[in-house]
Design a binder for this molecule. Structure first.
Ligand SMILES: [Zn+2]
Length: 447
């Protein structure tokens, strides 16, 4: 990952948007690197999702570009006391509109003088795009300014009442009290305005109503805007903004297929948990990737080969069941595989002195809800089951050769690697012993 800081540096220094084709070329090169020039089985856009959403958190360069651009917006939102030349120049281009108000004005800003400044234009364009990505909407909200706002024009002139501004009425939120729009009397009392301003009150409210209803539910600011205001004084802003852009609150695993085959109807949290288990069970990326690919059902079965036109039949050739070689069949139901799983669960039950059920929910997707494993044993159970899947994949084309000795050898090799990586810290050694002691005893391992 030496490339990412270099690209991020460019994004932060050059305020202009690279062409769309540049991002496409970068994505295509990255995909080729990930798949070693083979056809990808899991799309790059899925790999770029968060880990609890079924992704691998591969860098999304477009999101990094946007995050770098709107990082600058936090400077607008949180003006500092000290003099800042760039902000001063940008403020001059905005004339009467404050820089901190720009993110809350709609695309009418494109016709304003400030948009001729390429720095302001690129930051605002990135902001609007970021709003779209996070399902936010570029619209008038209670944080929008009332004065000089090109959205609120009366006879082609933006609203402006100097005395009202000086009294403290600046944003739409000032027109509300207790979730309701202030009456004329309330407003004059609250802001100490001369009582002869009723016509101005009507002019202001009617002009705003032409653009948006004065109703608090429609005037809520986008969540990303609230988040940006919140983080504008904090550290690690770039990664916080990047994470906010990448968070989609969806799951990108083939959930429907798993749920149909396993006859389960769990909540959405269940799948986030399954995804997280993949990365919690071990730091060994090879094993994580095996489990990740199983969850994505990315291995090629006879049925898939048939669908792609590479095989005349979709019937499994490795057992006598005369049935289609679906993903569940290949990894669970096929006779030699089923026999293998029986041996594995029996062996694991005897090692742990605790019953490990013969269930595809546990063995394939790593659903631990049916288990109440002894303390600290969840990760070792998941890792041992992932190693069983590794053994099946190693014998993918000749499942009759599957045998428990191979699993035991792979497990021994894995435990020795875990021990080596744990040796670096005393705390990790304790954790290793808690997880693996029953295995060390049962398999008579001593390293
Ligand atoms: Zn079969």
């Amino acid at each position: 990952m030496k490339i990412l800081p270099k690209i991020n540096y460019l994004f932060s220094m050059i305020p202009l948007k690279p062409p769309k084709q540049w991002f496409q070329r970068l994505d295509s090169t990255t995909t080729k690197f990930y798949t070693r020039n083979k056809k990808p089985k899991i799309s790059l856009s899925t790999l770029q999702k968060n880990k609890d959403e079924g992704g691998l958190e591969a860098p999304n360069f477009m999101h990094y570009y946007l995050a770098n651009q709107i990082l600058y917006l936090t400077e607008w939102l949180n003006p500092k006391e000290y003099y800042n030349t760039w902000l001063e120049i940008e403020q001059l281009d905005c004339k009467h509109i404050k820089l901190s108000d720009l993110p809350f004005i709609t695309a009418t800003l494109k016709h304003h003088n400030c948009f001729k400044n390429p720095l302001i234009a690129s930051t605002l364009t990135a902001w609007w795009k970021a709003l779209g990505i996070t399902n936010g909407q570029l619209k008038t909200s209670i944080l929008s300014p009332i004065w000089h706002n090109p959205d609120f024009k009366n006879k082609k002139t933006p609203l402006y009442l100097k005395t009202w501004e000086e009294s403290g009425i600046t944003h739409l939120q000032d027109l509300f009290e207790n979730d309701k729009i202030r009456s004329y009397n309330n407003l004059t009392q609250a802001f100490d305005i001369n009582k002869s301003n009723f016509l101005q009150y009507l002019q202001v409210t009617e002009t705003i109503k032409k653009t948006t209803p004065l109703d608090l539910t429609t005037l809520q600011p986008p969540e990303l805007a609230i988040y940006m205001k919140k983080i504008s004084t904090k550290s690690k802003k770039l990664s916080k903004i990047y994470r906010a852009l990448s968070n989609t609150n969806c799951n990108y695993l083939p959930i429907a297929k798993w749920e149909a085959e396993l006859s389960i109807t769990p909540s959405t949290d269940f799948w986030a948990e399954i995804c997280c288990n993949t990365f919690k069970m071990t730091k060994n990326t090879n094993l994580q990737l095996i489990q990740y690919k199983v969850l994505h059902r990315s291995h090629i079965t006879q049925q898939k080969m048939h669908k792609m036109g590479f095989s005349a039949t979709d019937i499994c050739s490795q057992c006598t069941q005369n049935t289609a070689d679906s993903y569940l069949h290949a990894l669970w139901l096929c006779s030699p595989v089923q026999h293998f799983w029986i041996l594995i669960t029996e062996k694991l039950s005897s090692i742990l002195d605790y019953r490990i059920p013969l269930s595809p929910n546990l063995c394939l997707i790593g659903d631990l809800t049916m288990l109440q494993p002894p303390a600290n044993q969840s990760q070792s159970i998941l890792a041992a089951l992932a190693i069983a899947k590794k053994a099946i994949l190693l014998n993918w084309k000749d499942k009759k050769s599957l045998n428990i000795n191979q699993w035991q050898n792979l497990l021994t090799e894995f435990i020795s690697m875990e021990k080596m990586s744990a040796l670096r810290k005393q705390k990790k050694i304790t954790c290793f012993e808690e997880r693996w002691t029953p295995f060390l005893i049962a398999l008579n391992l001593n390293f």
